[in-house]
Design a protein around this ligand. Structure first.
Ligand SMILES: N=CN[C@@H](CCC(=O)O)C(=O)O
Ligand SMILES: [Zn+2]
Length: 413
């Protein structure tokens, strides 16, 4: 497939650039008036229209992208899209003034999702998650991470991870699976935290490893959920099975999750709605990526993460949706990019880099995804005609995506 007359070919980073930190994030190389050649599912070559070789120009099937931009697909590195049912009743409770913590304490929240998930079959969960994932792909997502964490029993956590495995087989995009059994204490272990942690470590982890069901380990390190010591214990046990951490940290309070994540060489520490100077200095010049989830802040009406502080301290920042039934019932990366600009005060270039190359890095996929480079996967999207790059986040809530291309082919869902 050949795409010609591209107004802006976005994210033409040198191939060896596999993540961006601090000031580098404002640099989003765009090739103006370009062509792009895709072959065997990969990016074969690209260049300026003024220099296009005539052998390429005469290829039979080409897309004319006059006035349009071509982006590398969004890389959504934090989602919980395997769930049994939405929780719109909690949406109404929130409008009436209840907080996320109030709802969780009243048996809602994660435990509510776990109850519903226990009753759903693997097939039902697969069908429901497939619909969500197909919607996300139409909105430009071309790689995704998906967590367990609504099982909270050995059987149901395995059921969730098997659903993710089926999604990996069924969808034409890279998918990473994360074990998040430490998402909440199930009712049966409310007074026996040790017992639940032992169940994760002694029973669940060996089974997950045996079936090779997870790529990463996650813990909700938060007041009222998992403490620093408990997080430490789970991450140490998971390391023995080669599972690297991507953890939930500082969503509702300064939890110590960032420091414990960094201690365990986490791929990413996610959320960070609560950030103090210690968090900033911990992540400064660090390899661990700060993954910010602005649509969670928007939906829960909680503080937005300190993206500027992180960028000024030379941290690596990614953005993701956090799509889940409780805190973020949306998988729209275009909205996340807009919110990153509007609420995190990220420049469009920074937000787009955070949603592509750094998002890919937060899934260890940036050698094949997240930028336009020869040999990378041909997962990308073509916009409608747009006056400029900034028009995409500016026109929030509206999709500017016209054509989605996965593995070098047009995706029609
Ligand atoms: N905070 C933990 N997990 C999810 C919310 C889960 C839920 O409310 O169902 C999150 O990332 O926001
Ligand atoms: Zn989450």
């Amino acid at each position: 497939m050949l795409i010609i007359n591209i107004k802006g070919l976005v994210g033409v980073h040198p191939k060896e650039k596999i993540s961006l930190r601090g000031n580098e994030m404002a640099n989003l190389p765009v090739l103006e008036n370009a062509w792009l050649l895709l072959e065997d599912g990969l990016i074969k070559d690209f260049g300026l229209m003024s220099e296009i070789p005539s052998s390429i120009l005469h290829l039979p099937s080409s897309i004319n992208a006059k006035g349009k931009f071509v982006f590398p697909s969004w890389c959504d590195s934090h989602t919980h899209i395997v769930f049994a049912a939405p929780r719109e009743e909690e949406f109404v409770m929130k409008i009436e003034g209840k907080t996320y913590e109030d709802i969780a304490a009243a048996g809602g929240g994660i435990l509510n999702s776990a109850k519903k998930l226990e009753q759903a079959t693997e097939d039902e969960l697969f069908k429901r998650a497939s619909l969500r994932l197909a919607d996300m792909i139409k909105q430009g997502t071309g790689a995704v991470e998906i967590k367990s964490g609504y099982g909270l029993t050995v059987e149901s956590e395995l059921k969730m991870l098997r659903v993710i495995r089926r999604l990996k087989e069924a969808f034409p995009i890279p998918i990473k699976a994360t074990l998040l059994a430490a998402h909440a204490y199930p009712l049966a272990y409310k007074e026996n935290h040790k017992g639940y942690i032992n169940l994760i470590i002694a029973q669940l982890l060996p089974l997950v490893a045996k079936e090779n069901l997870a790529d990463y380990i996650d813990v909700f390190c938060e007041k009222g959920f998992f403490s620093i010591a408990e997080t430490d214990e789970i991450l140490s046990a998971a390391a023995k099975y080669g599972l690297k951490p991507k953890i939930h940290a500082n969503q509702l309070s300064i939890s110590g999750g960032v420091q414990i994540g960094v201690k365990h060489n986490a791929i990413s520490v996610d959320h960070l709605e609560e950030t103090d100077n210690e968090v900033l200095s911990t992540l400064a010049h660090n390899e661990t990526i700060a993954t910010l989830l602005p649509s969670c802040s928007f939906y829960l009406d909680i503080p937005f993460a300190n993206a500027r502080g992180l960028i000024n301290n030379s941290a690596k920042v990614a953005i993701a949706t956090d799509y889940n039934p409780g805190s973020t019932p949306s998988g729209n990366m275009n909205f996340v990019v807009s919110l990153a600009c509007i609420k995190l005060k990220m420049l469009p270039e920074e937000a787009i880099n955070a949603a592509t190359l750094n998002g890919a890095a937060a899934m260890e996929l940036s050698n094949q995804m997240g930028s336009i480079a020869i040999g990378k996967k041909a997962n990308l999207f073509i916009t409608r005609a747009m006056p400029s790059l900034a028009f995409l986040p500016y026109s929030f809530g509206q999709s500017q995506i016209e054509t989605v291309i996965l593995n070098g082919e047009i995706y029609n869902g």
